[in-house]
Structure formats: C-alpha cells, structure tokens
Design a protein around this ligand. Structure first.
Ligand code: GRF
Length: 208
C-alpha cells in the first residue's frame, strides 16, 4: 500500500468538516490520514469528534485578538505539524487568519473550505450574505490559502440552489451537505499529487 499523506486539521467550532475528513480517512484506500486536530479553544466541539475517532488533538492558545494568531502560537502549530510528519494543513472552520511560522512552513499546502461560491461573499456569515444579496445559487469552495481572506486559488466548488423559502439555517444546511463531500474530494486530489497551482488557476490531472 502507498504511504498516506499526513494531514492536520485546524478548527474552532463544532467540527463537522473535520468529521467528514476523519471519516474519509477510515477507508484504507484513501490517500491521506489525519495526524492531529489543532483547536484554538477548549470549547471547540471538534475535540469530541477527535475523541470519537481516536485522533490526537492539541489546544493552542492563539492570543486574545479575534481572528488573529500570535507568532508563538503559529510556531507551536508548525512544530506540532512537523513533528507528526504533516504534509497538508486543512482549515475547517478555523476562525483566525493563518500567518507566521505555519504559513511559512506550509505555504501552498494549506487548504480552506468556505460556505459560498468565491470570490463572492468572502469572510464571515457567507450564507447570510448570499441570502441577503438575492443570488439564485450558492455553494461551497475549497481553495488554497494565501495571505488574504478567502482569496487563494480555487480547487473545487459545488453549487446548490437558493430557494424562495430559504432561511440562513436551511441554506447553510444545504451548503454544509456539499461541503462534506467537497473537502474529502479536494484532499484526495491533493494527496494523489493531482493538483497543480498555476497562478490563480488550479489544474486537476486526470486520475489513473
Ligand atoms: C463551515 O461552514 C465552513 O465552510 C466554514 O466554517 C464552517 C465550519 O463548520 N469555514 P464545521 O465546524 O466544520 O461544522
């Protein structure tokens, strides 16, 4: 069997995308394995997901500034990842801008999932933004992380309709369902070496 690529998942919240990745990794033919979950709060629901899958987790205090991380916390994360042979970092509802040592170490090897069709509705409350704007379709985007907020090259997008009767909750649920399919798919493509970043574009090589 081929060696599986180690991934780290960074999360701040309930961890349903982390769970979708952990579940995909249960398949022994899946080309990646979660080595560690890193959360920025002991309150993160993702911790109990890690426990239920028997995945190691670490709580890293990223400092008091919302949306940001201290240089020390970034160094700690980079070391946690390096020590566990992590090849790819997956942000899954991680509510801080990634910068510092972990960015330097993993540049071009960090993915994020966003609950809208980028470049529309970046940042917080994307589903609410989409609903308020009146778009007929929304969805989710898996993209590489660069220095900006939700601006890196796009790997996969999945589209869902916005219905007249939608609330933020119903639209979010429909999008989340697609997120749980898109993220494991994107990680698989990366782990199989099938993604090539070419400026803003990501080329996907055909599978064998
Ligand atoms: C997801 O909607 C994800 O797209 C966004 O934050 C949410 C995290 O949800 N970045 P969960 O913690 O993975 O359930």
């Amino acid at each position: 069997m081929k060696e599986r690529k180690g991934i780290a998942v960074l999360a701040s919240g309930r961890g349903s995308n982390f769970e979708s990745l952990a579940r995909a990794c249960l398949d022994e033919d899946y080309p990646a394995a979660v080595r560690v979950l890193i959360v920025d709060s002991v309150e993160a629901g993702a911790i109990s997901v890690a426990d239920s899958f028997g995945i190691e987790y670490a709580v890293v205090d990223c400092g008091p500034k919302k949306g940001s991380m201290t240089p020390e916390s970034s160094e700690r994360m980079a070391k946690l990842c390096a020590d566990r042979g992590v090849a790819l970092v997956c942000l899954a509802g991680f509510m801080r801008i990634v910068k510092g040592a972990i960015m330097d170490e993993y540049r071009g090897r960090i993915l994020n999932i966003h609950p809208a069709l980028l470049p529309g509705f970046k940042g917080l409350h994307a589903q609410e933004q989409a609903l308020a704007y009146g778009v007929r379709y929304s969805g989710c985007t898996v993209h590489f992380v660069d220095e900006g907020v939700d601006t890196g090259p796009i790997v996969i997008q999945r589209v869902v309709p916005v219905l007249d009767e939608d609330t933020v909750e119903s639209l979010s649920d429909r999008i989340l369902h697609e997120e749980h399919r898109a993220y494991p798919e994107a990680v698989k493509l990366w782990a199989e070496g099938r993604l090539r970043i070419d400026g803003r574009r990501v080329h996907i090589r055909e599978g064998a």
